[in-house]
Design a protein around this ligand. Structure first.
Ligand SMILES: Cc1cc2nc3c(=O)[nH]c(=O)nc-3n(C[C@H](O)[C@H](O)[C@H](O)COP(=O)(O)OP(=O)(O)OC[C@H]3O[C@@H](n4cnc5c(N)ncnc54)[C@H](O)[C@@H]3O)c2cc1C
Length: 481
């Protein structure tokens, strides 16, 4: 039996798993998909906010600020790339200039480094912006990550510290008998003393397997355009000063050097409808052109949509739900973690650990820290970032680092093989992409894809036609069966 079963391996579940792996606990992380970080965590803006627009003393605002603060150390420990690029909220109309003042007065309580910049200062910082700019609010402590890189690193480290990961395992039923939760998965039963529900868009359904409805999850979809590497066009995250009801469209420089443009969120009925739409992408292009006519909208290499879960406590009243169910003791709901959930996730993990500690204390037990907790995970080699001498040494030690498989992103066979054989290793083409960056470039895997299929087949001991793109049945050579 496990002490704790965590349902859902998005960034929230993976952060909690890693945090709990500091203690002498038997923890299992259960995920319905064939890889971790496959839902909201795979398809978001990757921005780490700092609370510049949060209300002081607001719960979500506090989690945002604490989360932002934790990012440097977590990413450093896990070898995850994180850059504090800063964020500009740009005003294009004189009436928006006053709004910047209001935002500043509210935000400076949370973010002491906040500044208002005049037109000239903004254009020096970001010369590509429209000449219509009248000023901007500058928040220097916002940053960017690749969210999936972070979640994968968290799971690797959690597994190093004893957490068990179960993929392809959907929780379909749950009961509680004699103080023990019994979780029914597709082909398995898991018993645990406590359950942490981090099931994203399905969190209300998981709660209602045992409890009466106390919140309802609603879906919001955002869409992003990915632009080819446009060397330093914008160095910072650029957002616009919105009027009420206006959709947010930001320009976000990614860790890999591309630009993301989106998300223009919208409410949708079907939480599974994560497709892009021509209409919304056209809207995003029109909106961003007002910020700058130099954004290279003819250099789109990809577009994607992501769905976030909002938890409604009553009609029109939504918030994060992070608490032990008042009805089912031992079931901790971590639900409705919409934006800025990626930012808040490390702070949510601390908060949930405190809930677990309180539950243990109430039962007359204590959470005992492991003396042998491993804080750092073994670094992934990024061949293209090494200097010439290190590259030569690496190739000498393993010739596979001398074979470049993805030419757009300079990813070697050595890195791909390593990504397959690590804890929580890649088993699919998309899994390799997320771990190594192969296929993220201009050709989007057109050239390297077939070679990676060969490597996956060889390393996993599979026939080539068994290799999948991503989820079950997405066979690359024989199609969906
Ligand atoms: C378009 C968009 C842009 C965003 N931009 C930002 C941003 O820039 N900055 C920011 O801070 N936040 C941003 N967010 C919010 C952020 O992405 C989310 O808050 C965060 O990813 C939520 O993580 P999660 O782990 O709760 O959910 P998810 O990542 O959705 O994870 C839930 C997991 O539970 C699994 N699951 C569900 N049901 C079951 C079941 N029955 N059994 C087993 N597993 C199950 C799912 O497969 C999934 O892997 C954005 C969101 C969207 C959609």
């Amino acid at each position: 039996m496990y002490d704790i079963a965590i349902i859902g391996a998005g960034v929230v579940g993976t952060f909690i798993a890693r945090e709990l792996s500091r203690y002498k606990l038997k923890v299992i992380l259960i995920e319905k998909n064939s890889d971790v970080a496959s839902e909201a965590t795979a398809a978001n803006g990757g921005t780490i906010y700092d609370g510049y627009d949060a209300k002081p003393n607001d719960f979500r605002g506090k989690l945002t600020m604490r989360g932002n603060e934790l990012y440097d150390s977590v990413c450093n420990d896990l070898g995850v790339r994180f850059e504090r690029v800063g964020l500009l909220v740009v005003a294009l109309r004189q009436e928006d200039r006053n709004k910047l003042e209001d935002m500043y007065n509210k935000g400076v309580v949370n973010v002491p480094g906040l500044k208002i910049l005049d037109k000239d200062e903004v254009l020096v910082m970001e010369p590509c912006l429209s000449d219509e700019v009248v000023g901007a609010l500058y928040s220097p402590t916002c940053g960017v990550v690749y969210p999936w890189e972070l979640a994968i690193a968290l799971v690797e480290n959690a597994m190093d510290n004893g957490v068990k990961l179960l993929l392809n395992s959907e929780v379909t039923n749950m009961k509680k008998e004699n103080g023990v939760f019994q979780l029914t998965l597709n082909d398995n039963i898991v018993n645990a003393r406590y359950v942490i529900n981090c099931a994203g868009i399905n969190a209300d359904k998981i709660n209602e397997l045992l409890a009466s409805p106390s919140f309802k999850i609603g879906a919001k979809r955002g869409q992003f355009i990915v632009l080819d590497k446009s060397s330093g066009l914008t160095k910072r995250i650029i957002s616009h000063c919105k009027t009420k009801g206006e959709k947010e469209v930001s320009v976000i420089p990614t860790i890999g050097g591309n630009l993301l443009v989106g998300p223009a969120m919208e409410s949708i009925e079907d939480g599974g409808a994560n497709q892009v739409t021509a209409e919304r992408l056209a809207f995003i292009k029109r909106s961003v052109s007002k910020l700058s006519d130099k954004i290279p909208l003819d250099q789109i290499i990809q577009a994607f949509a992501g769905i976030k879960a909002k938890a409604y406590l009553s009609e029109g009243n939504s918030d994060f739900v992070i608490e032990e169910s008042p009805e089912i003791r031992g079931l901790i709901n971590v639900a409705g973690i919409n934006s800025p959930g990626l930012t808040c996730a490390p702070a949510i993990a601390e908060y949930v650990t405190q809930i677990v500690r309180d539950i243990y204390q109430a039962a007359g037990e204590v959470l005992v820290e492991k003396v042998d907790f491993t804080l750092r995970r073994s670094r992934m080699v990024r061949f293209k970032d090494l200097d010439a001498q290190k590259k030569a040494e690496l190739i000498k030690s393993d010739v596979r680092y001398g074979r470049v498989i993805c030419r757009c992103e300079t990813v070697t066979e050595g890195e791909i093989v390593d990504a397959i054989h690590r804890n929580c290793g890649a088993t699919t083409l998309k899994g390799v992409k997320r771990r190594t960056g192969s296929g993220l470039g201009r050709c989007q895997g057109g050239f390297c894809g077939p070679k990676i299929v060969e490597i996956l087949a060889k390393e996993l001991g599979e026939e080539m036609d068994e290799v999948r793109y991503d989820q079950k049945n997405s066979y690359i050579l024989k199609g969906t069966v």
